[in-house]
Design a protein around this ligand. Structure first.
Ligand code: OGA
Ligand code: MN
Length: 376
C-alpha cells in the first residue's frame, strides 16, 4: 500500500489491524501468520524449555492439565518473556472452562458489561435467562440475541474499572478458586512459583468482534506474568512491541492454547483483529468434544463432569464464539495500591481499547481511544 494512501496517523500496527479486521475483501489468512500448532515453523519460533519439576503430574492433573513434560511450549525470537503453550489440557477440561465462563463466572458478585446499563435483577443469572433461547436457535437465522450473546466481558477478583483504567482495593470479590489453581500451576511451570491470581478479565468474542490495540499496564506489579487461556473458535492475535507503532507479528490462537506475557513482553502492545473458524473446519474444534475421563474428575464436586444439557448450550454458543480468560497478579509482595487524586486518575495509566463489535457502532469511541493511546 502506497504511503500516500495511508490515513493520517496510520502506522504499521494499525494498518495490519485494519487489514485483518476488514470484511470485504477478506484478508489472506493462508500465509504470513505464525501457527504454533503446525509442524513447519517460522524461523522466529523457538522451542522453550519448561520447569518440568515445578509442578507434579498430580498437581497438573488436578488443574486439568497434562504432565508438564508433555506440553509443547514455544517462544519467539525478539519477544523475550513471551510464551505460547499449545493446548496442554486433558480431555474434557476445555469444556469445563467454557462452561465456567458461560454459566458460573458471569454470576454476581462478578461484574459484566451488561451491568453498565441493566439492573441487578435483570442480570442475576444470564445462563438461566438465555439457555432456552440459545438451545432453540436455528443456525444462520437472524433472531434476537440472548443476554449471553450480548456478554462482552466479565471481571473477577480486583474488578478492572474501564473508566479510570485501574483496580481498586475497594472493589474486590473472591477470585474463583478453580481458575486461581489453574493459573498458579501454569505460572509455576513457566518459572513463576509465587504468582497469585488476583484479577481476571474474561472476553467473549463472536465472528464480528475484535479487541483494539492496547497494553495491559494497570497492574501495579508488572514483573508478574499475564496468563491468557482461549476456548472455542480461533483468533488472529497481533503482538507488537513497547512502542505503539512497532510492526506486529500475526499469529493464530486456537482452542486450548495458553499465551503468557512476561518479562519484556509483558508490556508489549497487542490486539485481536479477527475471530476465525477453527482450522479443522468443524462446528466445534475436536479438543472441545472430548469428555472428561472418570479418573480425572477430582473429589471436588465443582470439578465433576458437566451435564450433557449444559454442554448442549455451551456448544451452541461456541459454534460462532471464542472465550478468552486473562489472569493477572495486581500487587506484588510488599506493594500496596497508590493513593490516587480526586480525579481518580493514576499517573501513567492509559486508556484500554474497548471491545469492538461490528454490529454495535463502537468505532468512533474506539478511534478516539486509540488516538489517545498514541500519546506518550
Ligand atoms: C486482554 C487480551 C487477548 C485475547 O484481555 O487483555 O489482550 O486473546 N486478550 O483475547
Ligand atoms: Mn491484553
Amino acid at each position: 500500500m502506497a504511503a500516500a494512501l495511508l490515513e493520517q496517523g496510520e502506522d504499521a500496527f494499525r494498518r495490519l489491524f485494519k487489514y485483518y479486521k476488514r470484511r470485504q475483501p477478506p484478508p489472506d489468512l493462508s500465509g504470513g501468520i505464525v501457527d504454533f500448532s503446525r509442524a513447519q515453523q517460522n524461523c522466529k519460533v523457538l522451542i522453550t524449555p519448561l520447569n518440568v519439576t515445578s509442578i507434579s503430574d498430580q498437581e497438573a492433573r488436578k488443574a486439568g492439565l497434562q504432565p508438564v513434560c508433555k506440553w509443547k511450549a514455544y517462544g519467539l525470537d525478539d519477544y523475550p518473556g513471551f510464551m505460547f503453550i499449545s493446548d496442554p489440557f486433558l480431555p474434557g477440561w476445555q469444556r469445563y472452562w467454557a462452561k465456567q465462563c458461560l454459566k458460573i463466572y458471569p454470576r454476581k458478585p462478578n461484574v459484566c458489561n451488561l451491568d453498565l446499563h441493566m439492573s441487578r435483577d435483570e442480570t442475576t443469572d444470564l445462563w438461566e435467562q438465555s439457555r432456552e433461547q440459545l438451545r432453540l436457535k436455528v443456525p444462520g437465522k437472524r433472531e434476537a440475541k440472548s443476554l449471553l450473546e450480548k456478554l462482552r466481558w466479565v471481571t473477577l477478583g480486583y474488578h478492572y474499572n474501564w473508566e479510570t483504567k485501574k483496580y481498586s482495593p475497594d472493589h474486590f470479590t473472591a477470585f474463583p478458586t478453580d481458575l486461581a489453581y489453574l493459573s498458579e500451576q501454569v505460572a509455576a511451570a513457566c518459572g513463576f512459583q509465587q504468582f497469585k491470581a488476583e484479577a481476571g478479565i474474561l472476553n467473549y468474542y463472536h465472528f464480528d468482534s475484535s479487541l483494539g490495540i492496547h497494553v495491559d499496564e494497570s497492574e501495579i506489579d508488572c514483573s508478574k506474568p499475564l496468563l491468557s487461556f482461549s476456548f472455542g473458535q480461533s483468533a488472529v492475535f497481533l503482538l507488537g512491541g513497547l512502542k505503539r507503532q512497532d510492526p506486529p507479528l500475526p499469529m493464530f490462537i486456537h482452542s486450548g492454547d495458553i499465551v503468557i506475557m512476561s518479562g519484556r513482553s509483558r508490556l508489549f502492545y497487542h490486539a485481536v483483529p479477527r475471530i476465525v473458524p477453527n482450522p479443522e473446519g468443524r462446528a466445534i474444534p475436536s479438543c472441545l468434544e472430548n469428555v472428561m475421563a472418570r479418573d480425572s474428575c477430582s473429589a471436588d464436586t465443582s470439578y465433576q463432569q458437566s451435564d450433557e444439557g449444559d454442554w448442549e448450550i455451551c456448544m451452541k454458543y461456541l459454534q460462532n464464539s471464542r472465550i478468552n480468560m486473562t489472569v493477572r497478579q495486581v500487587v506484588g509482595v510488599g506493594q500496596s495500591f497508590p493513593i490516587t487524586s480526586e480525579t481518580g486518575k493514576v499517573a501513567g495509566s492509559q486508556p484500554y481499547s474497548y471491545h469492538q463489535d461490528a454490529e454495535e457502532d463502537h468505532e468512533h469511541k474506539r478511534q478516539k481511544l486509540e488516538t489517545a493511546t498514541e500519546s506518550p
